[in-house]
Design a protein around this ligand. Structure first.
Ligand SMILES: OCN(O)CCCc1ccccc1
Ligand code: NI
Length: 183
């Protein structure tokens, strides 16, 4: 099982690389890695297991964070209506997005960042994501709210982008143009 020892921290060059597309169909090793990422999120959100293995709760994880420079992400996040988004995706890509922006009132964090970086992270309010799930099906997800933010955070990791790259350097809590706060 994955633990925090497997998560690389900021400063590791892999977090600034553009991850490689996964050639489809994925290999058994790639499928196993994606399964491990999905299991990590479940374990990290299960108090007894998180406590036992000292896991930081995570709503998402991208393969570069476990030093695998491939375009694979896992998400386990709930929207404001309690709908659970539980996905492992190969080659996720944002195929369309709103002009409107959104941002988490609380700011964002990252399993690869062991410090608080305060400030609003402007994201697209609504996105459509295409990718291939762990069973090999092509998925087309229309996302908004918190899940949309998590998917954008994860896809950023595949392009070597960290959440704090988006925070306004001059005024971290400047409200982004044409945006809505979440949470
Ligand atoms: O890359 C995943 N990760 O570092 C865990 C935190 C995920 C996350 C936290 C806040 C807002 C969006 C996404
Ligand atoms: Ni992260």
């Amino acid at each position: 099982m994955l633990t925090m020892n497997d998560v690389v921290k900021e400063g590791h060059p892999v977090l600034r690389e553009k991850a490689l597309e996964v050639k489809l169909p994925p290999s058994t090793e790639e499928i196993d890695t994606l399964k491990k990422m999905m299991d990590f999120l479940k374990n990290s959100q299960t108090p007894e297991i998180a406590e036992k293995y000292d896991l930081r709760p995570g709503v998402g994880i991208a393969a570069p964070q476990i030093n695998v420079s491939k375009r694979m992400i896992a998400v386990l996040a709930e929207d404001s209506k309690g709908k659970v988004y539980d996905f492992g995706l190969f080659n996720p890509r944002i195929v369309s997005h709103s002009v409107e922006k959104s941002y988490l009132q609380s700011g964002e964090g990252c399993l690869s960042v062991d410090r608080a970086v305060p400030g609003y992270v402007p994201r697209y309010a609504r996105i459509t994501v295409k990718g291939t799930d762990i069973e090999g099906n092509e998925v087309n997800l229309r996302l908004r709210g918190f899940p949309a933010i998590v998917f954008q955070h994860e896809i950023d990791h595949l392009n070597g982008v960290m959440f704090y790259d988006h925070i306004d350097k001059v005024d971290p809590f400047k409200v982004p143009e044409n945006s809505t706060a979440i949470g």
